[in-house]
Design a protein around this ligand. Structure first.
Ligand SMILES: Cc1cc2nc3c(=O)[nH]c(=O)nc-3n(C[C@H](O)[C@H](O)[C@H](O)COP(=O)(O)OP(=O)(O)OC[C@H]3O[C@@H](n4cnc5c(N)ncnc54)[C@H](O)[C@@H]3O)c2cc1C
Length: 255
């Protein structure tokens, strides 16, 4: 979470079409040091959420805009996401009542690669907030170029309401600091899948193995997370499921 000077936000609104979009909500994909570049499977995603209508007075998410003073800084956030996590969680029944929600155990950071991905994502974020080159310029190097753009022009700085606890773990951007931030602010991307995985629980026609008359047609049949937001893939599962159903009914009516 970062604070940006209020005046900076005005400037962005007036002059910086590209940056304005960047500050509102943009998502992008790239590779961590573990990413499969040859297979073109980015394993990091970033969400840039800007202008939440929050002041930075308390740093509280959702602090209403109308309580902000005109020149008060605002919060924006930049989140790094391990898009293809290797930790595997599970869910189980909570009760014999089918209307009771199940128990969900995500097992975050069970696999050490996930933390490595997030440490790498932090270095990408650092480049963005500390670079002195225009956003998108090639070869920006934080060590060689003292920060100017977001920092000195718009006064971006990490928000102590969010970071102070982890600054006790290590200096900003250190591995210890980033690991603390990742654990402190762990958030799901809501891309859960694989709980009734194709090949394990359902057959290629999405029928549950050894159970007659039951098919699964949702995110749970997708065996591993897709490289990106999953809704399109899940809609394809739904379309395919309907086609399979129609095929099966058509062959039944012929017999
Ligand atoms: C906050 C949030 C933001 C997201 N943003 C994105 C995004 O930007 N892009 C993207 O690609 N994905 C996004 N996702 C992920 C995406 O929405 C899910 O992966 C996807 O909706 C899963 O589809 P599904 O059909 O498996 O389940 P769902 O879409 O959850 O559908 C399950 C349906 O079953 C119904 N249901 C539940 N229990 C019962 C019951 N007992 N009887 C009858 N009906 C029942 C529910 O009401 C629901 O309509 C987001 C998820 C969340 C939570």
């Amino acid at each position: 979470m970062y604070e940006v000077g209020r005046r900076g936000i005005d400037t962005l609104e007036i002059t910086g079409a590209k940056l304005l979009i960047f500050m509102f909500q943009v998502s992008g994909l790239t590779y961590s040091s573990l990413g499969d570049r040859e297979g073109r499977q980015p394993d990091l995603q970033f969400f840039f959420n800007g202008l939440y209508a929050e002041c930075s007075r308390t740093g509280a998410i959702g602090e209403p805009m109308k309580r902000c003073q005109p020149n008060e800084p605002r919060n924006i956030s930049i989140s790094g996401i391990a898009l293809l996590p290797r930790s595997v969680g599970y869910l189980t029944l909570n009760s014999s009542d089918p209307l009771e929600p199940p128990l969900f155990y995500p097992n975050y950071f069970d696999h050490p690669d996930d933390m490595q991905m997030l440490k790498d994502s932090a270095q990408h974020i650092r480049k963005i907030v500390e670079t002195d080159l225009p956003i998108g310029a090639p070869n920006s190097n934080v060590e060689e170029h003292p920060p100017k753009v977001l920092k000195s022009k718009w006064g971006i700085r990490s928000d102590p309401a969010y970071t102070s606890r982890c600054l006790r773990a290590g200096p900003e951007w250190s591995d210890e600091y980033v690991a603390c931030m990742a654990r402190q602010y762990t958030d799901p991307q809501n891309h859960q899948c694989g709980t009734a995985a194709l090949g394990l629980v359902v057959d290629p026609r999405l029928r549950v193995y050894n159970v007659k008359g039951v098919r699964v047609m949702d995110a749970s049949v997708v065996p591993i997370p897709p490289t990106g937001n999953p809704q399109a893939a899940i809609m394809m599962v739904a379309e395919k499921s309907v086609a399979l159903l129609k095929e099966d009914w058509a062959s039944l009516s012929q017999t």
